[in-house]
Design a protein around this ligand. Sequence first.
Ligand code: S3P
Length: 429
Amino acid sequence: MEMIIKPAEKIEGQTRVPGDKSISHRALILSSLTEGTVEIEGLLKSADTMSTLKCLQELGVEFEENGRTVKVKGKGLRGFAEPDNVLDAGNSGTTARLLTGLLSGQPFHSVLTGDDSLRRRPMKRVTEPLRKMGASISGRQNGELLPLAIRGNDLLPISYTLPVASAQVKSALLIAALFAGGASEIIDYYQTRDHTERALRYLNADIKKTGKYHIVIKSPTNLRGERFQIPGDISAAAFFIVAAALAPRGELYLEEVGVNPSRTGIIDLLREMGAQISIHNRREYNCEPVADLLVKGSRPLRGISVGKEAIPRLVDEIPVLAVAGLFAHGETVIQGAEELRLKESDRLKSIFLELKKMGALIEELPDGLIIRGCARLSGAELESHGDHRIAMALSVATLFAESESVIKGAETVSISFPDFFTVLNELTC
Ligand code: S3P
């Protein structure tokens, strides 16, 4: 699908972005591990979360949809059924990695695959520690690439320091640890997003943080809970936050956004660039902080430097941060972001190539980007590279170009935000 985007003068209005993708995956997977029925309200319904739901259905989990809520009939830790067919995680790294953790604890054979993009993404980061726990896993390149064939087992506890900043790896191990008799310890010096820990705590798992980086989880444990309420996704909100900060006129109010500190790097850095973002009505859903955000036009912004330690808190927002850098005085330098090359596309390359087509002054580094701000952007014919976050970041850039642009492959927004263009249209009218 090709999307034509015209320059916009203002971003104005009030909206609620769809449910948080990371929390939605976790709510589906962890609810299916409970002993009872859990209601999920505000679940993200997009291609990625539907991949998780369909895989769980193949494993015998039943779901009942009723308006804004989805009921999950939990199977307990041991009630899953051997799937008749190959499990397809589609485009979703979270589905593939978290389910590899779950399947490692199941006493049956399963095969897990994904689409062309997912079949190129690294899996050794999960298969290696899961093998250490006792799971039998085989796959292309000795378990580096999907499809994976998994034969689960009674697992052994593990003490493991994350070698890469990945919440997906941490979560896969925390889920597997539910099947390992005893105490497992995961050490996360990167302080990646902690939604799995919070959801497990809500479900009464025996999980504790000992110090800043150490997570200890004990099994056996019976998970139980009644209801997940999912806040709006800050990674989806980020596109509109940047658009509103860059718009010459207007004011944007975003309701019910998840503001978990492990995800709010984009707010902190945009504020450091001079963006006017205020936080209102702080509250909590299932141990997750939630708030409303008000964003005002704040151009021109100031360039900033972003180093490795900041990346985990805004890993998915780097492409749209680069767009903000285009409208900032001075240079914006992003370093230590080599993990972006392993996402749905090589995001450093994709955003560099496409913004360059618009006349941006941007340089690609092995681990980041240098953006020289305040260049004039021309309308251009752009490619999404099959990557939802690249399509949405480019849409924000094109709003402030001198003439209209075309984004090819724009249908990829359905991975995380199916109504993105409708909402964008409403806010720019
Ligand atoms: C996610 C973790 C991050 C993020 C992805 C969602 C999660 O990936 O980029 O969009 O839900 O745990 P990594 O774990 O690979 O860093």
